[in-house]
Design a protein around this ligand. Sequence first.
Ligand SMILES: Cc1ncc(COP(=O)(O)O)c(C=O)c1O
Length: 442
Amino acid sequence: MPPDATSGSTADTDSLLRPVAVRGERVYVIDEEGNRYLDAAGGGGVVTIGHGVRSVADAVGTALRELPFVHGGVFDTPQSLELAAMLSGSFPGPEQDADVIFTSGGSEATEVAIATARRYWAAKGEPARQTVLGRWHGYHGGTAAAQTLSGNRAPRQAYAATEVPLAAPCYCYRCPFDVEFPFCEVACAHDLEETIRRAGPETVAAFICEPIVGETSGAVPPPTYLKTIRDICDTHGILFIADETLTGGGRTGQFFAIEHWDVVPDMLIVGGGLASGYAPLGALLVSEKVSEEASGADEPLEPTFTYQAHPPSVAAGLAVQQYLERHELIARAPERGEYLTDHLAPLNRIARVGEIRGQGLLRTIELVADKSKRTPIPPESLFVERLFEKLRHDGVIVHAVRGTIDGTAGEHLMLAPPFVITEAEIDRPVHALEDALRSTSM
Ligand SMILES: Cc1ncc(COP(=O)(O)O)c(C=O)c1O
C-alpha cells in the first residue's frame, strides 16, 4: 500500500512511537503493555475474518510441518488446486475456466498482469502492444512497473520505471472536469479514449483500475462508469484489468467489487482479502479468453516467482476462504457496512468532514479545512496525524492517509474493519472518531 500518513520517516512523524503488537483477537490487537486496540482499519483493508482464528493457524501449522516449500512452477499442492478452483469459480460473469496464478501480494500480481497482457498480444501477432494504462491517483503496488501505472505522485517519482499516460481519476467529490453525475456523462471514463490516443492505440495492451479506489481516495464510481470503461476497452480491443487487491474477498459485499456493476473484466487481482493477513498471498485471475491465447505463446503463462503458491500461504488462503463461507461473512459485510454508514452519517455535521463515502465495510472520511469550498487542510497542521494519534491513544486504529486530492494535497481516514465486527464494536470507533474530530484543532 502507499505510505500512509503515520508510517513515513519525516522528522514530524518520527516522533510517533509505534506500539509493539504481540497478539490479535478477532477485531483487537494487543500490545506488549496489554493495551487493546480496536482494529477499525483491518490492518489497511487486509484483515477480513479477524485475528486469531484457530482453524487458519492450524492449517498454516500443518502446511509448515508437512510441506513448507515446493516451487509453484514445478508442483501443485492439494490446497493450491482447491483454492485455485474456488477462485476460478468466483470469476464474475458467465461460468468459465479462469486461470489462477498465486503471488505474494498485489504488487506481484500487477506485474504478472502486465506480463500476461503483453504475452496475449504477442501471441495474437501484435507485439507492439506493450503499454498498460492506468489512472491518475490509483494504486497498484510498490514495484517499479506497478508504480508506473499508479499515478500516486510522490512514490511514482521515486519508483516508476517509465512514464505512461494516465487517465483521469473517477473522483466525483472533486471531479477533474468539475461536472456532476449524470450531467458529466462520465467524462472521466471518456478520458480513457483520449489517453489511449495519446499513448498510440496500436501500442496499448490493457487498462488497469481499482473498481472502487482503495487507499488513495476511497472513491466509488457512479453507476455507468465501469460499463463505459469496459465499452471503451472493447472498442479499442484492449484488455481490462480490475485491481481488487483491497476490495477482493468480500469487503464491499460481493466477492469482487466490480460485481456491483455487472461488468466483467479480462483479468482480476486479489490480495489481502485472500488470506486475511494470515500469510502473504495474492492472485491474478486470468479469463479463459486471455489465458488460452497467452499460454499459447512460447513460454508457459506462469511467471517464476520463487514464492508463488507458497504452500503455507496457500493453505492460509484456503482456510480463510472456507471460514468466510462457513460463517457466511461476505453476506455480513453489506449489513454491517450499512450500520457503519448510518452511524457515521451524523459526523457529516462536523466542520472538518468533507465527505463520507464507500461501500460495504470500506469507508473513507475525507477531511477538509472549509466544507463549502472543499479546501484541503494545510499539511503543516498535521491534522490527520494528530487525529490518528488521538484515536490510537483512545484504543482505536484507523488508516490515516495523506495526498487524497492529487497524491500530495488532502487527507482522509479509511475504515476497513474485519467482517466479524459486531454492531456494539462499530459504535466504539464511531464515538472515538466523533470525539477526535470535534476536539482536534486544525
Ligand atoms: C489496489 C491495490 N493494488 C496493489 C496493492 C499492492 O499490494 P501489495 O502491497 O500486497 O503488494 C495494494 C496495496 O495496498 C492495493 O491496495
